[in-house]
Write a protein that binds this ligand. Sequence first.
Ligand code: NAD
Ligand code: DAU
Length: 360
Amino acid sequence: MKNILITGGAGFIGSHVVRLFVNKYPEYRIINLDALTYAGNLANLKDIEDKPNYTFVKADICDFDKMCALMQQYDIDGVIHLAAESHVDRSIKDPFTFARTNVLGTLSLLQAARQYWNGNWEGKRFYHISTDEVYGALELDKPEGEAPYGSEFFLETTKYNPHSPYSASKAGSDHFVRAYHDTYGMPTLVTNCSNNYGPYQFPEKLIPLFINNIRHGKPLPVYGKGENVRDWLYVVDHARAIDVIFHQGKTGDTYNIGGFNEWKNIDIVKVVIKTVDRLLGNPEGTSEKLITYVTDRAGHDLRYAIDSTKLKTELGWEPSLQFEEGIEKTVRWYLDNQEWMDNITSGEYEKYYEEMYSEK
Ligand code: NAD
Ligand code: DAU
């Protein structure tokens, strides 16, 4: 049996990774470690919580003694590390929390693994999930017409140039992971993925936020002119990539993950509006009046675009879903799971959102 520690498994992407591993590998024991911050939600894992190969542990990755104890208690062979503070807007308001969790928390986990494995690297893996945002921002040299909106893409060799406190903290954690490989010989993997969308995403992020606001007839706050470009990947395809890389990736290496699927924010907002209106039975265009241009995000990166050719060529991974199909599934899921959404958006989070929005 392999004992795999997945951190941040109660969050958006982590819950999809836990679900995939628990269902696909009954011979593994999956330990989901999560601090259950505002973004962690055990309701994301209701369908697998009773599986015999699944264990949940509530813990903070910054608690080094606890990380050491858990490595030993569960005799961990592999770590898939997703726990993080993940929202750029929050990092602008509160950078310290991002440095603590993303940098110090990752270091605490690395050191606990290093101490437990004690130089015996055979069959061990420490896989760190990072983001395309560490590479900085690309130009929009082809703003009109169809994607791609620029001639440059992020490659695995692109120099790090983070702009937000969030991306700076992710860059810091990536450097620590590579340092543990280069200094101690730890078998590490790092992947940098583009924007994910799909079920169970916390509704402070663009797509679930806008689906929910349309449902309630609330304004859709588009930052700046809505011309920023993001590269969108269906979350289940990210989880599939993590599976392939965890098992077949070359240790010490980095892989970019993305679907060559660039969209300007305003265009994606229009697709979401169209899909929600159709599924709710509203006349086409009903919710377009909710679009509200607001003050731009500070330091807002203009364009992200991932080149994931290496992953396709070396490990044969490709996205399985076309964007049209993915967005239809996503909108349907949120409309069919209104209780999930209402449980999150009532109470504390509603207050936070109203405050955040009033500053725009
Ligand atoms: P999320 O915010 O939905 O989930 C993060 C999870 O980490 C939550 O369950 C939270 O409770 C947990 N967590 C936070 N601090 C913790 C701590 N100190 N100890 C233990 N658990 C803690 O995030 P997500 O969108 O699922 O992102 C997961 C990972 O993937 C992050 O590392 C993020 O940087 C990376 N990533 C995200 C995207 C994206 O589009 N969402 C794209 C590329 C990479
Ligand atoms: O690129 C990968 C990253 O994608 C991940 O590392 C992050 O964890 C994840 O949050 C995401 O970051 P973004 O900042 O790109 O995602 P967000 O959903 O916050 O915003 C997407 C775009 O939409 C961005 O250009 C800002 C814009 N936006 C966002 C919100 C929440 C709006 O115009 N209005 C909004 O209300």
